[in-house]
Design a protein around this ligand. Structure first.
Ligand SMILES: Nc1ncnc2c1ncn2[C@@H]1O[C@H](COP(=O)(O)OP(=O)(O)OP(=O)(O)O)[C@@H](O)[C@H]1O
Ligand SMILES: [Mg+2]
Length: 345
């Protein structure tokens, strides 16, 4: 069987600094049962997250990128315990997140907030913007109505919305404005970590860049730490200090954002980059083009050996047999590919 050598280095994405990271994730696993019957018996095991590890320093942004179904959202949800992992470890500010009870964790959740792709789904259409943004304050802080409204107005100002939006309803707003409200809501209780899952993917390009710039400003002003999830590598590069590339539930490459973007090592990362048009035709020509054929394999039936082998234009015979595992490379990078780990010689 596959996966004899699969253990990923614990701190695969850790940068070399002395400060302890705010978030530390080790060897996270989550399997779903597809087509399972009563009590979830039977069915096929889908390894949505298969041994993921990373760390994020305070004030830093780690971007997670990968095609649909690669396990990005599941990773984000596991981190915030919106889903329970099968195994693995999550530490937040030095504390073990998974060993505390769910009710104790809910109290700590104020430090960890999430922004989703579709603010229309995450905002209650029957509530005013004031009520939605004020809701977390109601749960976590003991404020009078007037104090709460003041805080909500302040938050609306921070995200670039006028105070009179307080009495409006989500349906009266544009997609970009709704996403600003969702950001105001998530930030109203001063979290330290924000997991943004495809936060701008539903917006048109110019609104996307407005919201991304807003998120960067807020990060600087409020010293926020981001886990920024997107299928779009250009967006992730724009936002991130470091990038982790996911494929079939695993991190296949990680490193500083510019390095991953300009000198990608894994053929999968190169393929993701090939799909992005470059304005400069010379740069476009000098960039090695890798076009992927076929779809992402079904995670219920991953290929033997390297899990990218079925789509890799550079696959060697050993790639069909031996799982490369994520190996440390130059400057706090790591890659899971036999072409780079010296095994091919
Ligand atoms: N609740 C669930 N039950 C069964 N399978 C699930 C569930 N959630 C996710 N999966 C499966 O787990 C895998 C990873 O899903 P996930 O949503 O994490 O991917 P993603 O990278 O966020 O994709 P996208 O870019 O489409 O949002 C997929 O194969 C998906 O079908
Ligand atoms: Mg997703």
């Amino acid at each position: 069987m596959r996966r004899a050598t699969t253990a990923q280095p614990v701190d695969a994405t850790a940068a070399t600094v002395d400060e302890a990271p705010l978030v530390e994730v080790q060897d996270l696993h989550k399997t779903f049962r597809r087509g399972a019957g009563f009590l979830r018996r039977g069915g096929t095991a889908v390894r949505a997250v298969d041994g993921v590890g990373f760390s994020i320093r305070e004030g830093e942004t780690l971007g997670i990128v990968g095609e649909s179904g690669s396990g990005k959202s599941t990773t984000g949800r596991l981190l915030l315990r919106l889903l329970e992992p099968d195994s693995g470890r999550v530490r937040f500010a030095g504390q073990d997140v998974l060993s505390v009870s769910r009710s104790e964790f809910r109290r700590r959740r104020r430090d960890m907030q999430m922004i989703f792709q579709d603010p229309y789904a995450s905002l209650d259409p029957t509530k005013t913007i004031g009520a939605s943004v004020g809701e977390p304050l109601k749960i976590f802080e003991n404020l009078s109505r007037a104090e709460r409204d003041d805080r909500v107005r302040e938050m609306l100002g921070r995200v670039g919305l006028r105070p009179d939006y307080l009495t409006r309803y989500p349906a009266e707003m544009s997609g970009g404005q709704r996403q600003r409200v969702a950001i105001a809501r998530a930030l109203s209780i001063n979290p330290r970590l924000v997991v943004a899952d495809e936060a701008v993917s539903a917006l048109d390009v110019s609104t996307q860049s407005d919201v991304l710039n807003l998120m960067r400003h807020l990060q600087r002003d409020l010293r926020l730490t981001y886990l920024f999830i997107s299928h779009n590598l250009s967006v992730v590069r724009h936002m991130s200090d470091r990038i982790a590339v996911m494929y079939l539930g695993r991190i296949v490459e990680t490193g500083p954002a510019e390095q991953v973007y300009l000198e990608p090592l894994h053929p999968y990362t190169r393929a993701l980059l090939s799909a992005i048009p470059v304005p400069d035709p010379l740069a476009q020509r000098s960039r090695p083009k890798i076009v992927l054929t076929g779809d992402v394999p079904d995670p219920a039936h991953p290929p033997a050996g390297c899990n990218f082998v079925s789509r890799c234009p550079l696959a060697m015979s050993m790639c069909h047999e031996v799982d490369p595992g994520l190996e440390p490379m130059r400057e706090s990078s790591a890659v899971a590919c036999h072409l780079h780990t010296g095994n091919s010689r």
